[in-house]
Design a protein around this ligand. Structure first.
Ligand SMILES: Nc1ncnc2c1ncn2[C@@H]1O[C@H](COP(=O)(O)OP(=O)(O)OP(=O)(O)O)[C@@H](O)[C@H]1O
Ligand SMILES: [Mg+2]
Length: 443
């Protein structure tokens, strides 16, 4: 059931329409003038749809539409007009009308237009929820102290202009965090531009980043600004920066130092004001040591480094993330009431997730597709989740104390933020833990 507002100055039409729409299962209020309609909307902004006549006394329907769009922009408005001229219709659509109906119209017509508008409205609301759920809230909600500290630092860093380097295993959420940092920054109203250094050839990447001038190479038929220019005022996110070729590293270093560059084939120096965030799932320091990455560029990028921890180091987040993803998948598939069985929760919690949040997400998506009913069962999970829990599970039969101690240390280490935390949990001091780690050859 939706709640609708019908505005018309002819009493007959108001009553007739209201009765019809109520019979369709909606709750309907009516107004005679634009003033009344705006008052009603002010009182209760949860109307799902407004249906208004074009010709009203004093303020006409088009003007009412404009005011509604100003006051409560997300409510769709359908205009009814007896003057079915193209100009009216075009003007209405330009002013943001969802649709218009030309009088006389049939009741089927009106039912069709209304139900479609409501459907679109519902999808929009779901998309908003999806977006919020997927991109923002899970990150902000982390229950792990390591992750909470990281997010706090990220939030502070976001307010500065400092270059940020994001490291961490594949699938941990570096892209998600980069976008979040941009959103937290004073630049959030300006573009956030992602450039992936892996997917393009060196030549294409150079022109993608810096732009090119007409005739710079075959196929360069006109001047084209690059992504760094497109990000002016905003943030550019350089993903997988470890893959930048030596020549591009050199050109990029200059940009990082001076915020200026030339387009490919160009002579004019271009200056931009762009905030830089870079990410790599390789160990850039090691790349520097191996002489694959310029040391000076590394130090320029390494002003604030945020290491996004792998999922197995923040197990507290696994189930909340999984629940949220289940909710999203449910929405996507128009299924409500989906939940995990207790056994599934235990498996999700204990698995090591080498592919991190990405792997978790894939597993949940798959499970929702495979599950016939509302309960996600172990059968719906990918096989590798079991293989691994079998490896780490306690084998039956006689075992010696050392094996058990080794296992316990591995588990606690995986669940602790620091060596100190782990030592505390185990009730031994750090140097003892250190020695045991060495003895048992634990990485
Ligand atoms: N906190 C989170 N909440 C919900 N989804 C998340 C979260 N973090 C990551 N994801 C999802 O996990 C997947 C991987 O995230 P992302 O692409 O940011 O990882 P990455 O660290 O950049 O990986 P790669 O190194 O492979 O590029 C994406 O589908 C993303 O939406
Ligand atoms: Mg990434």
């Amino acid at each position: 059931m939706a709640s609708l507002l019908v505005v018309d100055d002819e009493r007959n039409i108001r009553v007739h329409l209201a009765r019809f729409l109520e019979n369709c299962g909606h709750s309907v209020k009516t107004a005679e003038t634009a003033r009344q309609a705006l008052d009603l909307l002010m009182e209760d902004p949860r109307f799902d749809l407004v249906l208004t006549d074009y010709k009203l006394a004093e303020v006409n329907g088009l003007e009412l539409l404009r005011r509604i769009k100003h006051q409560t922009p997300e409510i769709p408005v359908i205009l009814m007009t007896a003057y079915g001229t193209i100009e009216n219709a075009v003007e209405a659509m330009k002013a943001g009308a969802y649709d218009y109906l030309t009088k006389p119209f049939s009741l089927e017509q009106i039912e069709h237009v209304v139900s479609r508008a409501l459907e679109v409205q519902k999808l929009r609301a779901e998309n908003r929820l999806l977006r919020d759920t997927l991109e923002e809230r899970p990150l902000l909600d982390s229950r792990s102290s390591v992750m909470q500290r990281l997010l706090e630092t990220a939030r502070q860093a976001a307010r500065s202009e400092a270059t940020i380097l994001l490291t961490g295993e594949s699938g941990t959420g570096k892209n998600v965090l980069a976008r979040q940092i941009h959103q937290w920054s004073p630049r959030s109203n300006h573009p956030f531009i992602v450039v992936n250094c892996t997917t393009l050839s060196e030549h294409l990447l150079e022109s993608e980043l810096f732009g090119h001038v007409r005739g710079a190479f075959t196929g360069a038929v006109k001047n084209k600004p690059g992504r760094l220019e497109a990000a002016h005022g905003g943030t550019v996110f350089l993903d997988e920066i470890g893959d930048l070729s030596p020549a591009l590293q050199t050109k990029f270093l200059r940009f990082v130092q001076e915020q200026s560059f030339e387009r490919v084939g160009g002579i004019q120096t271009i200056r931009v004001n762009t905030r830089l965030i870079a990410a790599s799932n390789r160990d850039l320091a090691a790349e520097v040591a191996a002489r694959h990455f310029r040391e000076d560029l590394f130090y320029r990028l390494n002003v604030i480094t945020l290491r996004v921890p792998p999922l197995r180091e923040r197990r507290e987040d696994i189930l909340p993330l999984a629940q949220r993803m289940l909710q999203i998948e449910g929405l996507r598939n128009h299924r409500t009431g989906l939940h995990f069985s207790t056994e599934v929760e235990a498996i999700l919690h204990s698995y090591s997730w080498p592919g991190n949040v990405r792997e978790l997400r894939n597993a949940i998506e798959r499970a929702v597709v495979l599950a016939g009913g509302d309960t996600i069962l172990p059968d719906h999970l990918p096989d590798n989740l079991f293989r691994q829990s079998a490896e780490t599970a306690v084998p039956s039969g006689p075992r010696n104390i050392e094996d058990m101690e080794r296992e316990l240390i591995i588990r606690v280490l995986a669940e602790s933020a620091t060596l100190e935390d782990a030592a505390q949990t185990l009730g031994i001091n750090v140097s003892t833990l250190w020695r045991k780690r060495k003895r048992y050859k634990i990485e």
